[in-house]
Design a protein around this ligand. Sequence first.
Ligand SMILES: Cc1cc2nc3c(=O)[nH]c(=O)nc-3n(C[C@H](O)[C@H](O)[C@H](O)COP(=O)(O)OP(=O)(O)OC[C@H]3O[C@@H](n4cnc5c(N)ncnc54)[C@H](O)[C@@H]3O)c2cc1C
Length: 456
Amino acid sequence: MKRVAIIGGGMAGLAAASELSRKTPGIDWQLYERSDRLGGKIVTEQIDGFTIEGGPDSFITQKPWGLALCRELGLESECIPCNSAAQKVYILVKGRLCPMPDGFRLTVPTRIAPFLRSPLFSWPAKLRMGLEPFIPARADDEDESISAFITRRLGKEAADKIGGPLMAGIYVADPERLSLMSTFPMFRAMERKHGSLIRAMRASAKQNKKTETPMFMSLRKGMGQLVQTLTDRLGDRCQTGQVVEQITRASDGWSLTVNGATRTVDDVILATPLFETGRLLGGLVPTARDTLNAMRYVSTATVSLGFRLPLAEVSQPMNGFGFVIPRSEQRRILACTWSSVKFAERAPADHALLRAFVGGEGREELVDLDDDALVQLVRDELRETWGLTADPIVHRVFRWPRGNPQYDVGHAARMRQLIDEVQAVPGLHVAGSGYNGIGLPDCIRSGREAATRVGE
Ligand SMILES: Cc1cc2nc3c(=O)[nH]c(=O)nc-3n(C[C@H](O)[C@H](O)[C@H](O)COP(=O)(O)OP(=O)(O)OC[C@H]3O[C@@H](n4cnc5c(N)ncnc54)[C@H](O)[C@@H]3O)c2cc1C
């Protein structure tokens, strides 16, 4: 019987385990997780009726692997849609929250009237964005940064005010460094196919009218419900508090040192962050070591605050998903999600739950503040940007040191080469958010693909 070790019990490792147990009963697998719980970045806490997410709060449905896993686990009836009646996102501009005009899809205006009426952009910027259909399409496959791409197609103001905060915000990355081809490759494909993003978005908006699937989904009890269900299914083959310290070659496979003890296996799936994968694979795949070690990660924190309603004093009623803050505003939070509007049942009746994001590129030192200081910082920022003065009745801080992989320009090509080098060694496999997608659906897909290769 083939012996397999999975290292790391985050989404990717759990997806690999689920796939091994589902499809290949002839495999003797074991999952080792360093910390005292499974889930990695996924952590949900229930506090006084609030459902508080420390990491991901949802998954995108456009990529099918998240919903597919939920269905397999019998969780479909537990999946809840984001609140499609309140999808508005606000942007802080010169200290004021401005709504993103209706018809804006990521950074691209698809409806003319709301765009022209919006105070978000200057008239020269509106004119420049209106010229987008006439800008020649780029024909090659070279990567470029998100900022360079949006500036080229829609102008600098669009890149600074919307492209940066929205698109790079998802990756907590610097838009000047963030790779287009590793994050939003569909934009280049649209440019090539339709010659213009505006034309492409309008065409897809017409098609999408027919589909009812919400853009994001979550689970009734939070994303932790997915981890709990997997944990119940997979049983004690998933072990917590188990640190894989070293991997060496053995005469009959690979030898792992786990909490000082030796385990010998035929295949290893490393579902760990790239810096940890680099440490473990070190001398085993020397060609991959530099790329693994060079991968940048930044640290972030989330601060959730629960309030009694109404929040009479705020400058903008909570009628959307929240707001994002461009770097040019020089604030100490990156964004604030109105969590109890985005998803139902996140707060008790007559209460609200918010979540602010702190840290990221250039502001990582804020993550090291203690809980009281972080809560105070977020409260100060919410007062100055949004007018919120109410006292929270609940607060919870989660820190993610080196938690966010940075997909710099050229990332996809580097990862292709890296994965080829690792997989050229029989019995070694890698998975997780560092490679080809940070979102949960991509992590699930990468874990499953690693498990499928093991089974081949
Ligand atoms: C604040 C935040 C919000 C996010 N929001 C969203 C969202 O809304 N939607 C979305 O789709 N994605 C979101 N993401 C991204 C997504 O959550 C992550 O990309 C994903 O959870 C990472 O999964 P993973 O399995 O690759 O890694 P991880 O979750 O980091 O798991 C790796 C595991 O490996 C373990 N490990 C490391 N070294 C060892 C070792 N030597 N031995 C044993 N175990 C080891 C670690 O303890 C960890 O549990 C968010 C991320 C963050 C930080």
